[in-house]
Ligand binder design. Structure first.
Ligand code: FES
Ligand SMILES: [Fe+2]
Length: 408
C-alpha cells in the first residue's frame, strides 16, 4: 500500500510538466553544443589546471576514518596527485600529498589502513599522522637540516555533513562552505549521518568524464534506457518522457528533481524489498528534509550535482553518490556508493542488498550509452550535440566547465 502523496506546497509546483526551464536561464542559450570539449586533448589539459586543481573535490566520507590513525589514499590521476587522508590523534581529518619529503618516493602504498606513523619504504623517514617529520635515519649526515621544515605537504581538507573534500590549490580562493553555497545549506537538512551503511561499486569506462556526468544529468532517457529497471517508476502516461518536476541551476552546481510515478507497479520481489526499507522506485511516499525543494506531490529523487564531478542523489530513506574521475580525455574512473540506515534485521538487510544490485543494473544500463556515445562523438560524424529543454543540466555543466577552461 502506498502512503497518500503529500500535498503540493509550492507555487513552483509543476503539475502539467510543461514548464520550459530554459526560460529561467536565458544566458545559457539554446544553441547546439560543440563536441570539441569531449575529444580535445588540449581542452583536457586545461581542465586539469583550471577545473580539477582549483575546485573542492569530494574524496570520501568520514565513516571511512572512524578512529585516530585511520587513513585511506585517494589517487587523483587528472591532477597527477596521490593524497593521504588521515584522522589525527586529536580527531581532525587532514590531507597530505603522498610524497616523502626526502626524495619524493610514494609514502603510503596500500589503499587504506590504520597506523600511528607513516614510514617511507626507501630510506625509512617517518611522519606522524599530523604530517610532522618525526624520524630520519642517520640524520647527522644531512646539511643544515631542520626536521620541522620537512613535514608532509598538506592539502586543504574540509568536511561537510561527513563528506570529505580536498582542494589542490595551495591557496584555495574560497572555503568549502562558500563553494557549497545555497545547495549545501539546503542539503544540510538531509539525514546523511543516520545513513551510514555503504555499498560501493567502481570501475572505468571508455568515455570523456563529461559524457559520464551528462548521462546522469537528465531524465529524457528513462523510458528508453531503463525500461527493465527504474525507468517506468520515473514516468507515467501524464509525464511520458520523465520531464523534471523541478530544476535549479546555481552558479556552478545544480539540482534536478525527478518525477515519481504514483501508479508504478513493482515486480513482486521489488514490492517485497519495499516492505522492509527504501526503494528508489517507490516514488511519492513522502520526502526527506533537504529533498523535494518544490514540494512536488509526485517526487522520486533529487540529483544534486556538485561541480565538477560529484552527484548526491537523495530519496526517502536512502541516497547514492557518483564521482567521475577523468583518467584521460576518453577514459574515466567512476565510483558509485549507496547509503542506508544500518539494517536492524534480515528483512532490512535484504532490501539493501536488493536495492544496491537494482541500482547497479541501472548504472550498467547508463554505462553502455556512455561508451557508445563517446564512440560516436569521436567518429567526427557530427560537430555538435543537440539538447532539449530537459537537458538543461547537461548544457549548464558543460558551460561551467567551459567558463573555467577559457578563463584567462
Ligand atoms: S625517499 Fe623517502 S626516505 Fe628516502
Ligand atoms: Fe540513466
Amino acid at each position: 500500500m502506498k502512503a497518500a502523496p503529500p500535498a503540493a506546497t509550492s507555487a513552483q509546483t509543476n503539475l502539467d510538466y510543461d514548464k520550459r526551464w530554459t526560460l529561467d536561464y536565458p544566458e545559457l542559450g539554446t544553441e547546439p553544443v560543440s563536441i570539441e570539449p569531449l575529444i580535445s586533448p588540449e581542452y583536457f589539459e586545461r581542465e586539469r589546471e583550471m577545473v580539477f586543481r582549483r575546485s573542492w573535490l569530494n574524496v570520501g566520507r568520514e565513516e571511512q576514518l572512524p578512529q585516530a590513525g585511520d587513513y585511506f589514499v585517494k589517487d587523483i590521476a587528472v591532477c597527477k596527485a596521490s593524497i593521504i587522508l588521515v584522522r589525527g590523534k586529536e580527531g581532525k581529518i587532514r590531507g597530505f600529498h603522498n610524497v616523502c619529503s626526502h626524495r619524493a618516493n610514494k609514502l603510503v602504498w596500500d589503499e587504506a589502513g590504520s597506523c600511528t606513523a607513516f614510514r617511507c619504504k626507501f630510506h625509512g623517514w617517518s611522519y606522524t599522522t599530523a604530517g610532522r617529520l618525526a624520524g630520519v635515519p642517520d640524520e647527522e649526515m644531512f646539511f643544515d637540516f631542520d626536521k620541522s621544515k620537512h613535514g608532509l605537504v598538506e592539502v586543504a581538507t574540509q568536511v561537510w555533513q561527513g563528506f570529505i573534500f580536498i582542494n589542490l590549490d595551495p591557496s584555495p580562493k574560497e572555503t568549502l562552505h562558500e563553494y557549497l553555497g545555497e545547495m549545501g545549506e539546503r542539503l544540510s537538512a538531509y539525514p546523511f549521518k543516520d545513513l551510514s551503511t555503504c555499498y560501493a561499486y567502481r570501475g572505468e569506462f571508455r568515455a570523456n568524464w563529461k559524457v559520464g556526468v551528462s548521462a546522469f544529468n537528465e531524465g529524457y532517457h528513462l523510458g528508453f534506457v531503463h525500461t527493465q529497471t527504474g525507468g517506468n517508476s520515473l514516468r507515467n502516461k501524464e509525464n511520458l518522457f520523465g520531464r523534471p518536476v523541478w530544476i535549479k541551476l546555481y552558479e556552478r552546481h545544480h539540482t534536478y528533481s525527478f518525477f515519481g510515478n504514483p501508479d508504478f507497479q513493482m515486480t513482486p520481489v521489488e514490492a517485497l524489498a519495499a516492505r522492509h526499507g527504501p526503494m528508489m522506485s517507490q516514488g511519492a511516499i513522502g520526502y526527506p528534509p533537504g529533498g523535494n525543494p518544490s514540494g512536488h506531490p509526485y517526487w522520486a529523487l533529487d540529483a544534486n550535482v556538485l561541480f565538477p564531478n560529484f552527484f548526491i542523489d537523495v530519496f526517502q530513506g536512502s541516497y547514492f553518490t557518483y564521482n567521475f574521475w577523468p583518467l584521460s580525455v576518453d577514459r574515466t574512473f567512476y565510483e558509485m556508493r549507496s547509503y542506508y540506515a544500518p539494517p536492524k534485521n534480515a528483512g532490512e538487510r535484504f532490501t539493501q542488498e536488493f536495492s544496491r544490485v537494482w541500482l547497479r543494473e541501472l548504472l550498467l544500463e547508463d554505462l553502455q550509452m556512455i561508451e557508445q556515445s563517446q564512440a560516436g562523438i569521436a567518429s567526427g560524424a557530427r560537430q555538435h550535440l543537440t539538447l532539449q529543454d530537459g537537458e538543461i543540466c547537461v548544457r549548464h555543466h558543460m558551460k561551467v566547465v567551459d567558463d573555467h577552461v577559457t578563463r584567462a
